[in-house]
Structures are given as structure tokens and as C-alpha cells.
Design a protein around this ligand. Structure first.
Ligand code: FAD
Length: 285
């Protein structure tokens, strides 16, 4: 199924992001997780891509194939182009096509220090290549701007360039402040971005995790979160529960604001996906 169709129905598309099993863990370990995710009936599941270092790029395709073949889930494979040649990308797309994948999230990826840029500078250079190869193409959006781009207006212009290059929908970076996200949505629509935008939400589960996230992507931390982090500093279980509750509140608020979709960063924890679906399907009924 082409994911662009998921945004054409009546109900709010709820999708999940997962990552391939890390390190030496066999791909099969994702099977048990998928047994828990599949009954939640996600609009699609996206599988992250790691271009080097942690060595799970081929595993993206393996996991995506398993989820598609064994569970009939609509799948979107992530693909980054930083440091890749056109031949590398063509080969990866051919491998994706061979296992029947139809949807790709086309990304630049993070710069690898010292690595050559090769054939692609930005995601907008990758998008037409993926589209021409016959895939339905999504791209990344940043409600608070990308961490390397200090000018919010420029960030919106770069988003528009991705739509113009052929992106058929956007999935956003995580954020903790719905007001920022809704202001971004308005700015994007005013700039002529008409394709669906699904909003990515990741619950905070610990102080270390949220610090890492904030420094990695530049998301702002609203004071209610800082207060929760302080209140449950010595109580990790309660902090985790508060983080999931906060994320569910965010999702419900976005659903009520009429966004095109919610993309749950599950962190491979089906309990997070379950909490999200319970809240959103409850909210919708
Ligand atoms: P781009 O859209 O190319 O933007 C990169 C930077 O260049 C931005 O600062 C942008 O403002 C700037 N820029 C764009 N166009 C121009 C221009 N014409 N002139 C000047 N500057 C420009 N990373 C992974 O490695 N694997 C994953 O699986 C993965 N999944 C992700 C999923 C989502 C939903 C998101 C939001 C991010 C994901 N990332 C992933 C991270 C992503 O690779 C990084 O955020 C990366 O730094 C930017 O990728 P992009 O596709 O947004 O790049």
C-alpha cells in the first residue's frame, strides 16, 4: 500500500516508528515485538536506517520484509543519502523493490565527520531519485527547525523545496510543545506546503534520554516537563509513566486540533504504542 493513501481516509492515521534490532541481535527478535504491534492496526510502520557505524542498514530491509510478509503491515523504509553515491542508492532501492517495499522516507542523514559528500547534498536531491524509482516518498519536517538551521523561515523554505522535489507527505521530528507544532503547521500551510504532515511524538522515559534528545534535535523543553523531571528525579518508574502520559496528552491535543496523522516513536516498546492507540482511539470515539 502506498502510504500517501493512508491520509485519505476518514480516521486519524496512527503510525509507528521502530528500529532494527541493535548490535548482534538477530533480526528475528523484531518478530516478537511485531506480534504485539500488528494487532494495534497501525496505518503504517516505519523502519529506521543506519548508514554506517552501527551496521544495520541491510537490516532495515530484512526487518521491513519480515513485517510486510509475516504481518501484512504497510511499511515505510527510511533511507539516508549522506556520503552515498547514486549507484549506492540505486542498489539499495533495487533491494527494497525486490522485497516488495513501496514506501521510502527520503532523508539526508547526519554528516559523518571527514566523509565525502558524494552525489547528494540534501534530502531534496534524493527525493526525485526515489520517486522516479517508483516509490511513494515521504520526507522529514522539523516543527522547531532543523538543529543546523537557525532561521525558521529558511527551514520552511527548505521544507517547501522537498515538496517541490516530489515529497508526498512529511513526518515530523519529535517535539514537546504542541503550540510550536501548530504554529509550524500554520507557517507550512501559508508557505504553500499542501501535502499531509504527520506529527512524530516520542515520550520521555528518563532524564538521560530526554537530555540526549534535546541536544540531538534542538527540541525545546516546556516547564511542565522540567517540573516532572524534578518531581520524579528519584523515582524512575513514575517518571516513565509521567512521560508516557505527557506524550498521550500531546497526541490527543494534536488529534483534537485536526492534524493529518500521529507518528509514534515507539522506541521498540509495544507498551508505548498501546498507550498511544488506547488514548487516540478512545479520543476519536
Ligand atoms: P535535509 O532536508 O536535507 O536538511 C538538512 C539540513 O540542510 C537542514 O538544516 C536544512 O535546513 C538544510 N538545507 C536543506 N536544503 C537546503 C538548501 N537548499 N540550502 C541550504 N541548506 C539546506 N537519520 C538516520 O540516519 N536514519 C533514520 O532512519 C532517520 N530517520 C528520521 C526520521 C524522521 C521523521 C526525522 C525527522 C529524522 C530522521 N533522521 C534519521 C535524522 C535525519 O537524518 C537528520 O535530521 C538529518 O540531519 C537531516 O535529514 P533531512 O532529510 O531532514 O535533511
Amino acid at each position: 500500500m502506498q502510504i500517501s493513501q493512508a491520509f485519505q481516509g476518514e480516521s486519524l492515521p496512527i503510525s509507528f516508528e521502530i528500529f532494527p534490532p541493535k548490535g548482534d541481535l538477530p533480526v528475528e527478535t523484531a518478530h516478537a515485538m511485531t506480534e504485539e504491534l500488528a494487532p494495534l492496526d497501525p496505518a503504517f510502520v516505519s523502519v529506521t536506517y543506519s548508514a554506517g557505524g552501527s551496521g544495520n542498514s541491510a537490516r532495515t530491509i530484512d526487518v521491513a520484509r519480515m513485517m510486510k510478509e509475516d504481518f501484512a503491515l504497510p511499511i515505510m523504509a527510511h533511507l539516508t543519502c549522506m556520503g552515498a553515491t547514486k549507484d549506492d542508492i540505486d542498489a539499495t532501492l533495487a533491494a527494497m523493490r525486490e522485497v516488495g517495499l513501496e514506501n521510502v522516507l527520503a532523508l539526508r542523514g547526519d554528516p559523518v565527520p571527514g566523509a565525502a559528500t558524494n552525489d547528494f547534498h540534501f534530502a531534496k536531491d534524493l527525493i526525485p531519485v526515489v520517486r522516479e524509482a517508483g516509490f511513494c516518498v515521504g520526507a522529514a519536517a522539523y516543527p522547531e527547525g532543523h538543529i543546523d538551521c537557525l532561521d525558521f523561515k529558511k527551514s520552511i523554505e527548505h521544507l517547501k523545496e522537498k515538496q517541490d522535489a516530489g515529497a508526498q507527505f512529511f513526518v515530523t521530528q519529535l517535539f514537546f510543545d504542541n503550540d510550536c507544532a501548530l504554529e509550524f503547521l500554520e507557517a507550512a500551510r501559508n508557505a504553500g506546503i499542501t501535502v499531509p504532515i504527520t506529527f512524530g511524538i516520542m515520550p520521555f522515559l528518563s532524564k538521560a534520554q530526554i537530555s540526549r534528545m534535546v541536544f540531538m534535535c534542538g527540541a525545546s523543553l516546556p516547564s511542565p516537563i522540567i517540573k516532572l523531571l524534578a518531581r520524579y528525579e528519584e523515582d524512575p518508574e513514575s517518571l516513565r509513566a509521567a512521560g508516557i502520559e505527557y506524550a498521550c496528552d500531546q497526541m490527543e491535543g494534536l488529534a483534537q486540533a485536526g492534524v493529518d496523522g500521529i507518528h509514534v516513536y515507539t522506541m521498540n516498546q509495544p507498551s508505548i504504542a498501546r498507550a498511544a492507540v488506547a488514548r487516540l482511539r478512545g479520543a476519536a470515539s
